[in-house]
Design a protein around this ligand. Structure first.
Ligand code: PGA
Length: 266
C-alpha cells in the first residue's frame, strides 16, 4: 500500500487505499472477511456477507476459497446475500449471477446451499414486488449484513442501482443503463442478448451494511471512481452515497487510482 486516508488528498470523501495490484488488495479484503468469520465462528455466531459479481470480486473469492482449503476457514455458519441478478435468468443459465457465484465461490467452500442466496431472476412479474420485500426481510432476519463487497460500474452503479437511484431505494426490479448493457455484451455474445432488467438490492439496502468494501481495478474505472470518492453526493452517481456510510472503504489498484486528485495534482 502506498498511502491511506490519513495523508491522502482531503478531497477524498471515502477512505481510499491504493495497492500495487488487484491481487494485493483482494487479499486484504479476503483477510478482513476471514477475520470476522473466524471470530464469529469462535463465538458460535453466524456472519452475514453481502456479495457482488462481475470481474472485480473474483480475486477475493479465489483467496477466500484458498483460506478455506489451506487454513480451514469454515463457511458453515456464514450466510450470504447477493446484490443482484438479471431478470429472466435462472441459476442454470451460465451468465446468471447464481451460476457465477456457484463457480467462483459457493462450490469451493463449505457454505450450506440454503445459506447462499442470490435474488431469483425467475419470479413472475406480478410477484416481483412481494419477492423483493421478502428479500429485504430475509436480510433483516439474518441479522443484517456485516460486510458488503461492491464493485462499481462505469455508470457509477453499485449493485444495479443505475444513475437516478435514490438514497433510500430498496430491493426492486430496475432497467439496466445502456452503458451497463454494452459492458456486459461480451459475456452474452452481443448486446441484444443482455437482459434489459435486473433485480437489485437498493442503495438504502447497501448503506445498511455495517461495513462496506468498494473495489475498483484498471483504467476503465479511474474516472468514475474519482467522481464517486471526490464529487458531491448525487443520485446521478449512486456510488457517491457511500460517502454517507460510517465504515465504507475504497480499495483500488494503481490504474483505477489514476484520476484521483492526489495523482492528478500531487
Ligand atoms: P465488473 O463490474 O466487476 O465486471 O467491472 C462491476 C460492476 O458493474 O459493478
Amino acid at each position: 500500500m502506498n498511502d491511506d486516508s490519513a495523508d491522502a488528498n482531503l478531497r477524498e470523501r471515502i477512505p481510499t487505499a491504493i495497492y500495487s495490484t488487484a491481487k494485493d488488495a483482494s487479499a486484504v479484503v479476503a483477510r478482513e472477511i476471514s477475520d470476522v468469520i473466524c471470530s464469529r465462528n469462535a463465538e458460535g455466531n453466524s456472519t452475514v456477507l453481502g456479495l457482488a459479481t462481475g470481474s472485480t470480486p473474483t480475486g477475493v473469492y479465489q483467496e477466500l476459497a484458498r483460506l478455506h482449503k489451506e487454513e480451514s476457514l469454515s463457511f458453515a455458519k456464514v450466510r450470504t446475500f447477493n446484490l443482484d441478478e438479471y431478470y429472466g435468468l435462472g441459476p442454470t443459465h451460465p451468465e446468471s449471477y447464481a451460476a457465477f457465484m456457484e463457480r467462483h465461490l459457493f462450490s469451493k467452500v463449505d457454505i450450506p446451499s440454503d445459506a447462499a442466496v442470490v435474488p431469483d431472476g425467475t419470479v413472475p412479474r406480478e410477484e416481483v414486488s412481494a419477492y423483493c420485500e421478502s428479500y429485504e426481510k430475509s436480510i433483516l432476519e439474518a441479522g443484517g449484513i456485516d460486510i458488503q463487497v461492491l464493485g462499481i460500474g462505469r455508470t457509477g452503479h453499485i449493485g444495479f442501482n443505475e444513475p437516478g437511484s435514490g438514497r433510500d431505494s430498496r430491493t426492486r426490479l430496475v432497467e439496466l443503463d445502456a452503458l451497463t448493457r454494452a459492458d456486459a455484451a461480451q459475456d452474452f455474445l452481443g448486446e441484444e442478448n443482455v437482459p434489459p432488467y435486473a433485480i437489485t438490492m437498493g442503495v438504502g439496502t447497501i448503506l445498511d451494511a455495517r461495513k462496506v468494501f468498494l473495489l475498483a481495478w484498471g483504467t476503465p474505472k479511474a474516472a468514475i471512481l474519482a467522481k464517486a470518492v471526490e464529487d458531491s453526493i448525487s443520485e446521478a452517481l449512486p456510488a457517491s452515497f457511500l460517502q454517507e456510510h460510517k465504515d465504507a472503504n475504497v480499495l483500488v489498484d494503481e490504474a483505477a487510482a489514476a484520476e484521483l486528485s492526489r495523482h492528478r495534482h500531487p
